[in-house]
Design a protein around this ligand. Structure first.
Ligand code: UDP
Ligand code: UDP
Length: 463
């Protein structure tokens, strides 16, 4: 742990530095909003151009509604050219570019006025931020936007990739110290190939983790108690700073919602609607999208479905009519609402008409559902989602049909989807277990709850 003292004695001034994509930006903006509400000053540092329109729109709106936040932008130097296929993923390219450009933060951070009390950064800029923080004598904290369980896996990653025997004797699981074994099928594909741009970027930043003053995780103690205890007891890594669960981070008020989703939900019976979304950057194949549509139809349930056909929102072209056909849309219109736009997911999940959530298990989506006690039908597709799906099922928040596979590797047929949706919506025990998760999540963030105490402890340390 660092011995540096904050240079400041009154209200702390904190620099927050997210990485790319809505899944990383959202928790940082939520954290910034929380810090402001606890009397801190905040400087937000972001890369000059974003990959998606959603990111630039959310940054602009956040700044307009939080005028006390100072915003500084830094340029991006070109990412490493790589011939491997990951280079095709615009978000992985951006992670790498941000990581490689992080030295440009030095003059912005050193000239900050009033001087900074702390830097809160994403893991993917940690290496450079750690150097800057040592140079400027400003403590730095890591903010992990994924689960504590996925953090354990990332910390174990250097040992995992360097072990030549990792797949010997037909291993189906990986032993992570202090955690239950992780099925190999849940490990994100990039990490099975250490030359992948994402794996490279994460590995490059992991070495400085012990230098952080603390590691904040957007989770809550009750949800991942065993993993958090293992991290804090030195079982995963002996020299780890405190791991501080500070979630679920609460949404701040967003844009006036123009969409028809909320008015439509107002007309539906309580807990009758299944909400379907695969997050901000996951597109299924068109065949799978159609199969899902037929599955929703077959289930006989009411549904609100957000369709995405491209990873990056700027590239969305096909209309719903072209994709699903007018007759499908006509047939389901009394029971289902289908949109192809950004929706206010947090408000949707808080609506009393929602009774279940089909989710890709991006960590923000999981924490939002946890907070509302909404049962999830997990359909993880890439990244940390398999790890998240597994843990939410164990915690009682949902169900996961593993045979559906990850990464669009097979076409899941409508009959199976329809059946599983009925299971999700009709299981009273699941509903009650999920409600319990909701109660525990809200207890953690209320005044004096475990997450509230963790964040207040950090702020008090900086004053
Ligand atoms: N989100 C939203 N509306 C949309 C799509 C996504 O509000 O139409 C939000 C969602 O609530 C979550 C974030 O965007 O806060 C997506 O993050 P997550 O970790 O769930 O998944 P990712 O998009 O990173 O895969
Ligand atoms: N990751 C991170 N910071 C980033 C990008 C990725 O910490 O800026 C970690 C994070 O835990 C993430 C994992 O790497 O879940 C896999 O990233 P990927 O881009 O595959 O999926 P994501 O969860 O970001 O949608």
């Amino acid at each position: 742990m660092s011995t540096m003292e904050p240079s400041h004695t009154h209200s702390p001034h904190i620099a927050v530095i997210p990485s790319a994509g809505m899944g990383h930006l959202t928790p940082f903006l939520r954290l910034a909003s929380l810090l402001l509400s606890r009397n801190c000053s905040v400087t937000l540092l972001t890369a000059k151009s974003t990959v998606s329109n959603a990111e630039s729109r959310h940054i602009s709106f956040f700044l307009a509604t939080h005028p006390r936040v100072k915003h500084l932008e830094f340029d991006l130097i070109p990412p490493l050219q790589s011939s491997n296929s990951s280079a095709q993923d615009p978000f992985s390219i951006q992670y790498n570019a941000i990581s490689r450009s992080a030295h440009l933060l030095h003059p912005l951070l050193s000239s900050s006025s009033p001087p900074l009390s702390a830097i809160f950064s994403d893991l993917l800029v940690a290496k450079t931020v750690a150097c800057i923080s040592a140079d400027l004598l400003i403590p730095y904290y890591l903010v992990i936007t994924s689960s504590a369980r996925f953090l354990s896996f990332m910390l174990y990653l250097p040992a995992f990739v360097s072990n030549p025997d990792k797949f010997s004797s037909n291993a189906v699981e990986v032993e992570i110290p202090g955690s239950s074994p992780l099925p190999i099928s849940s490990i994100p594909l990039p990490f099975l190939n250490p030359n992948h741009l994402l794996a490279e970027t994460i590995l490059a930043n992991l070495g400085v983790v012990p230098e952080a003053k603390g590691i904040m995780v957007n989770t809550f103690d009750w949800f991942e108690a065993e993993t958090i205890a293992a991290l804090n007891n030195g079982i995963v890594l002996s020299n780890l700073p405190s791991v501080l669960p500070i979630g679920p981070l609460q949404a701040y008020e967003f844009d006036k919602d123009q969409s028809q989703c909320l008015p439509w939900l107002d007309d539906q019976p309580e807990k009758s609607v299944v909400y379907v979304s695969f997050g901000s950057r996951t597109a299924m194949s068109n065949d799978q999208i159609r199969e899902l549509g037929y599955g929703l139809d077959k289930s006989g349930c009411r549904f609100l479905w957000v369709v995405k056909t491209s990873k990056v929102d700027k590239e969305e072209k096909e209309s719903l009519e072209e994709l699903l056909g007018e007759s499908f849309l006509e047939r389901i219109k009394n029971r289902g609402m289908v949109v192809k736009e950004w929706v206010n997911q947090d408000k949707i999940l808080a609506h009393p008409a929602i009774g279940g959530f089909i989710s890709h298990c991006g960590w923000n989506s999981v924490t939002e559902a946890a907070e509302r006690g909404i049962p999830i039908l997990a359909w993880p597709l890439h990244g940390d989602q398999g790890v998240n799906a597994e843990l939410l099922q164990k915690a009682g928040l949902g169900i996961w049909e593993k045979t559906w596979g990850m990464g669009n590797e097979r076409l899941v047929k409508q009959e199976k989807i329809g059946k599983k949706i009925v299971e999700l919506m009709d299981d009273a025990e699941l509903r009650s277990r999920a409600s319990k998760v909701g109660r525990e999540a809200r207890k953690a963030t209320e005044l004096g709850g475990s997450s509230d105490k963790a964040i207040m402890g950090i702020i008090e340390n900086l004053t």
